[in-house]
Design a protein around this ligand. Structure first.
Ligand code: BGC
Length: 497
């Protein structure tokens, strides 16, 4: 009897334990399916807010065209600055000589020397060096940044070989690509309006940028003259036109974003009173600052903007460009982790670090074609220290990358369509004239799904027939060459030749 009792007790205990375990598992799985549903609800809501149906893209493009008009009409008439570049003659191919270029606009800058050989020989020789900017110099003071650049330029000049022939008694000349909003006062001077892309050096705002560089060059005893100051969009347009006469606009999709295009001087009402020109002028739109009520913005975008170095500014840039796309993905993942335990009970600490997930990481995950999405798993592990993600979780991450990239790509296409509308090149006219857009920037060059989506969206907007004659063409490194071409066509020695 005693034995039987023990046995019964033991059996009942096992049953109780087993059912308790089953309960825990059921509870866990109920909890996790509830959490999963919550995470999916966050994703779906985000996806809905990011929608860019073609009708919305047309509204965005119409607003872009309207803002372009407003910005050309009066100074401050629009969020689009529509800056006059003083480039009224694009390269012809005749440019000759030895020139330097300095390309500053992101976390790296480049120094180049180029031999231009005229119409027959074109770019005979090109040498360059890339230098990364220490992060503390991006938020320090003007002298710190410009001294660093001048020193690098001076070292590069010292490495000049004998075959780089600056004619006797001549100063070296430089095309300076400075990829921030500058109000130009001539082809080789201009004041900085504001910093973008994570730079914030307050004592430089409102200063003559060429003056700042020239003083720094003097400090390192480098005898060089800035012959042209250009935005990277202007350099890309010049470099693109040099290769292809049908280039009418340039778009940068990189760390930041912007566009430039060729405009009729008669369209620029604020140009009145300024020197006469050949009839055309390249305009630096500064489209990164574009805003429209039709932009599909979400709470993640507002939070990113509020916490940025330039709140309220560059809203278009903050949903399109390479500096921000990975960060938007991180913010959505963080919310899913915090509110729906997407990565388990503990929110992964690294996921809380702003800008830790960069757009190249996002691109690698988005392009992952392995059946088990191992690139996603590796990035999650290496960048965010999130190990053991399930395949289901990884699929959601890819989907999220797709939502963010698609919105950015389709809005960039709408921006280009807006420029084509402004210049009367959006529809099939009598001659269905060819229009080429020179593109540059790492986002466009390396994020295939982004550029592919941008091109197909542009086709969708243009229609089959017109899109046959609108070409989007990668012009990588156009901006460096473009700056040397503009330095050549504005050389101080030109008149004597
Ligand atoms: C700057 C532009 C620049 C663009 C691309 C933006 O943040 O305001 O001047 O052309 O980035 O580099």
């Amino acid at each position: 009897m005693g034995k039987k009792f023990v046995c019964v007790v033991a059996v009942s205990a096992t049953v109780v334990c087993a059912s308790a375990a089953a309960l825990v598992i059921r509870h866990r799985s109920q909890k996790s399916s509830g959490q999963w549903a919550k995470a999916m609800a966050i994703l779906t809501e985000f996806e809905e807010k990011c929608q860019t149906p073609v009708e919305k893209l047309r509204q965005v493009a119409d607003d872009m065209t309207a803002e372009m008009h407003a910005g050309l009409d009066s100074e401050g008439g629009s969020k689009l600055k529509m800056l006059i570049s003083y480039v009224d003659n694009l390269p012809t191919g005749d440019e000759k000589g030895w020139f330097y270029a300095l390309d500053l606009g992101g976390t790296n800058f480049r120094v180049l020397r180029v031999q231009l050989g005229g119409i027959e020989n074109r770019v005979v020789k090109k040498e360059f060096q890339e230098v990364s900017i220490p992060p503390h110099l991006m938020v320090g003071n003007s002298d710190g940044l410009f001294d660093f650049i001048a020193k690098a330029l001076s070292d590069f000049v010292d490495s000049e070989k004998e075959d780089f022939h600056i004619p006797e008694g001549r100063q070296r000349e430089l095309g300076f690509t400075f990829s921030f909003p500058v109000r130009q006062t001539s082809i080789a001077s201009g004041t900085l309006i504001k910093w973008t892309k994570g730079f914030s050096i307050e004592d430089t705002v409102g200063q003559d940028i060429v003056g700042e560089l020239t003083k720094a060059m003097e400090r390192v005893k480098l005898d060089m003259r800035v012959s042209a100051l250009v935005n990277d969009t202007i350099g890309t347009l010049a470099g693109g036109r040099y290769k292809n006469p049908d280039v009418i606009a340039a778009v940068i999709l990189g760390t930041g974003t912007n566009a430039a295009y060729v405009e009729k001087v008669t369209e620029i009402n604020k140009w009145e009173g300024l020197p006469p020109t050949s009839g055309e002028m390249v305009i630096n739109m500064e489209w990164g600052n574009f805003h429209s009520e039709h932009l599909p913005l979400t709470e993640y975008d507002s939070a990113l903007d509020n916490e940025s170095l330039n709140p309220g500014e560059q809203i278009f840039e903050k949903i399109i460009s390479g500096m921000y796309l990975g960060e938007i993905v991180r913010r959505v993942l963080l919310r899913m982790a915090e509110e729906a335990a997407f990565f388990g009970d503990v929110v992964p600490p690294k996921l809380k670090i702003p800008f830790i997930l960069r757009t190249p990481h996002m691109s690698a995950m988005h392009h992952d074609t392995s059946p088990d999405l191992k690139v996603v798993a590796t990035k999650m592990n290496d960048v965010l220290e999130i190990s053991k993600t399930s395949l289901k979780t990884r699929k959601v991450i890819v989907k999220l990358c797709d939502i963010v990239a698609t919105r950015g790509a389709r809005l960039s296409a709408a921006g280009i369509f807006g420029i084509l509308k402004k210049t009367g090149r959006d529809s099939v006219n009598d001659d269905n004239q060819k229009s080429v857009i020179a593109m540059d920037g790492g986002l466009f060059e390396h994020y295939g799904k982004f550029s592919g989506c941008m091109e197909s969206s542009l086709k969708e907007l243009l229609g089959e027939e017109r899109s046959e004659n609108v070409v989007v063409e990668l012009s990588s490194d156009g901006s460096g060459i473009g700056a040397t071409l503009l330095a050549a066509s504005h050389s101080q020695y030109l008149e004597n030749e």
